[in-house]
Ligand binder design. Structure first.
Ligand SMILES: Nc1nc2c(ncn2[C@@H]2O[C@H](COP(=O)(O)OP(=O)(O)OP(=O)(O)O)[C@@H](O)[C@H]2O)c(=O)[nH]1
Length: 635
């Protein structure tokens, strides 16, 4: 379950549980009282389901504490819930009314037809039959057929007296035909060009570079964290002797992360600059959690690399085995071309310009070697802890920096990130990156839309498998929306499906245009800095979107010229550092599935059809050894 989600769920729980009967100094209105009662019910339900899903009470409590001060958001959530229920009830009443009217109409026709069919009512028969054929025109044949059945039908089948399913269970309806939806989406995208445009940003870098601190402090500087919450984080982190991590607490929400002082999973937040609405994916820097980092990077448009400028620390992160280079290579391989490099902790080297220039020079060279264009990379000196040069350069800490730096702040650079173009006419592809039990009897799936458009009420296929499900709600940037397009990081709430069919790595798509499945495919790969050359049959871990599966590089087809793709050698014996090659990749069954089990296929597309669905990463023994694109699906 997503940590982010636990925290969000706990918003309600925390407020109501902790403050039941004592809402601080504030008097509650009757409406709020009612909301609180409803919320408490939710709380019990949520605690129950969190326990069922294996969370211990300590973690739940921790998450509760985390949201302690978010009173306004809680009340707002509850009011929204009430409003949704009201609308659903109104819709239900309108539908029942409509059904009743239809039934009355059918009954009338039935009576007429029955009179017409009755041998004892000859006059009526004639006139009735004439009446139907002459007045009911095209609909008459169906109606007459129904009339016969109608007389035998059990009225309960029409559900007139039924209370119907719980309001929450009412199946969602698609509000727009596809063409109309596309039209509306195009207009909205055009309109957003002049307003705030959305981008998603993955925050990467070596362990302890200050990524979470930077994000926590930035959220505070931008007013997304209030004073109460800041104090709570400060107190909480001091209490366990981790005071220097108080800013990181905002992002590192689980007990284990807080106690260990490291990020372990992707944390999602959003912030807003004058021209951009940014979804932040804070990735772990520790090499043990690279799979989680890859999952975050595969959902991002841009990257923010944080490096630690302190003596010896930059070097440790940048040399072989450090995460700075590996993260840069990974994001580039996953298609991210824009990157901001925040050179952090300059306070540790007395804000020396020479240190900044030295680091900038080394990274710039590596960026060029790794295929980043200089025009799409930018550097900024910052002090995350004291908030220097994030939003402004005010205060005594910033004075030393201002002596030699007059360029943009971090927010200025974020505000200039180029939003991705959206391919809304492509078939929908939604690779699942996270699954958890949502509220309101739906299952929640997090991920990024890789092509197309999705709307509430749509039925989607889940690949691999034969299952489908209905989209009940769509959440984007913490708001419920009717539809969402390519490039958006969203949470889809699905109903009508057994959760066993919802797995990380599965892809949702339209039933009429399903994504291909593959167990063997041809890929063009670029070999990274490997210590042991790759031979045919090498066992590897294949990463595709948020998912990793066992595989082997089953055939080495050719080595290629990196510049023009021409074949240098067919059937090479080995692939060494820096080689570009065409290979066959074959999925293997996992160690748990037994010796004779066949590998489960994964949803994949060629790079030519869908860039995001056609990228793969290859790792071996905890090291990323290659990145590639899918050329052809073999089987
Ligand atoms: N002196 C100084 N320390 C900082 C600064 N920014 C972060 N730190 C410290 O660096 C340590 C690591 O910070 P985090 O934010 O947890 O680092 P991280 O990159 O998110 O760590 P992982 O996600 O676990 O890789 C903490 O002790 C911070 O207080 C800074 O600007 N100056």
């Amino acid at each position: 379950m997503s940590r982010h989600r636990i925290v969000r769920n706990m918003n309600i729980q925390d407020e109501l549980d902790a403050d039941a009967g004592d809402f601080g100094e504030e008097e509650l209105t009757p409406e709020q009282e009612e909301q609180m009662a409803y919320g408490l019910e939710q709380v019990r339900h949520i605690i129950g389901s969190e326990r069922e899903s294996g969370l211990d009470d300590e973690t739940i409590k921790n998450a509760l504490w985390d949201q302690y001060f978010d009173v306004e958001r809680t009340v707002q959530l509850l009011l929204e819930e009430q409003e949704r229920r009201r609308i659903a009830q109104e819709r239900k009443a309108a539908k029942q009314q409509e059904k009743a009217e239809k039934l009355a109409q059918h009954k009338k026709v039935a009576e007429t037809a029955s009179r017409a069919a009755s041998p004892s009512a000859k006059g009526a028969n004639k006139s009735g039959a004439r009446g139907i054929t002459s007045t009911k025109v095209t609909a008459a044949p169906t109606l007459i057929r129904n009339v016969v059945d109608q007389r035998e039908l059990d009225m309960s089948g029409l559900n007139l007296n039924d209370d119907g399913p719980a309001v929450d269970e009412e199946p969602p309806k698609m509000t727009m035909a596809r063409e109309k939806l596309l039209e509306e989406a195009r207009k909205a995208i055009e309109a957003s060009e002049s307003r705030k445009r959305g981008v998603s940003l993955v925050v990467i870098g070596h362990v302890d570079a200050g990524k979470s601190t930077l994000m926590g402090r930035l959220l505070y500087e931008l007013g997304r964290i209030d004073e109460k919450r800041r104090i709570a984080n400060e107190r909480g982190s001091n209490k366990i002797g981790k005071g220097s991590f108080s800013w990181a607490w905002e992002l590192d929400g689980t007990q284990e992360e807080r106690e260990r002082g490291i990020t372990m999973d992707i944390a999602q937040q959003s912030l807003s600059t004058p021209h951009r609405q940014i979804t932040i994916l804070d990735a772990p820097g520790h090499k043990d959690f690279i799979p989680n980092m890859i999952s975050g990077a595969s959902q991002a448009d841009c990257a923010l690399l944080v490096v630690d400028a302190s003596t010896g620390e930059f070097e440790a992160g940048f040399e072989r085995g450090g995460q700075t280079r590996e993260h840069l290579l990974l994001v580039r391989s996953l298609g991210v071309s824009q990157v901001i490099i925040a050179i952090n902790k300059l306070d540790m080297v007395q804000w020396e310009q020479s240190r900044y220039d030295e680091i900038l020079g080394q990274i710039q060279l590596f960026l060029l070697q790794s295929g980043f264009q200089q025009s799409k990379t930018s550097f900024v000196p910052v002090g995350a802890m004291s908030g220097v040069n994030l939003v402004n350069r005010r205060g005594p800490d910033a004075a030393a920096l201002s002596r030699w730096y007059s360029g943009p702040t971090l927010v200025d650079l974020l505000d200039m990130l180029k939003p991705p173009s959206r391919n809304i006419t492509a078939p929908l592809r939604f690779p699942i990156s996270n699954v958890f039990k949502g509220q309101r009897s739906a299952y929640a799936l997090q991920g990024r839309i890789c092509g197309g458009i999705v709307q509430v009420g749509e039925r989607l296929r889940i690949l691999p498998g034969d299952e489908s499900a209905l989209v009940k709600y769509i959440e984007h940037e913490e708001e419920n929306v009717e539809w969402a397009t390519d490039g958006s990081n969203v949470t889809l709430y699905l109903t009508g499906v057994d959760p066993v069919h919802l797995n990380v790595g599965s892809v949702l798509c339209p039933p009429s245009d399903v994504v291909p499945l593959a167990t063997v495919f041809t890929a063009r790969v670029l070999i990274f800095d490997v210590s042991v050359p790759i031979t045919a049959g090498a066992s590897v871990e294949l990463f595709h979107q948020a998912h990793d599966v066992p595989a082997s590089i089953s055939k080495l087809l050719a080595t290629l010229d990196r510049a023009n793709g021409a074949v240098i050698r067919k059937n090479p014996r080995v692939l060494t550092k820096g080689a570009s090659a065409e290979v066959h990749i074959t999925l293997r069954s996992s160690a748990y599935s037994g010796p004779n089990a066949r590998p489960r296929p994964i949803p994949l597309e060629t790079f030519a059809v869908n860039k995001e669905m056609g990228r793969v990463l290859i790792r071996r023994e905890g090291e990323t050894i290659a990145a590639g694109v899918v050329l052809e699906i073999v089987s």
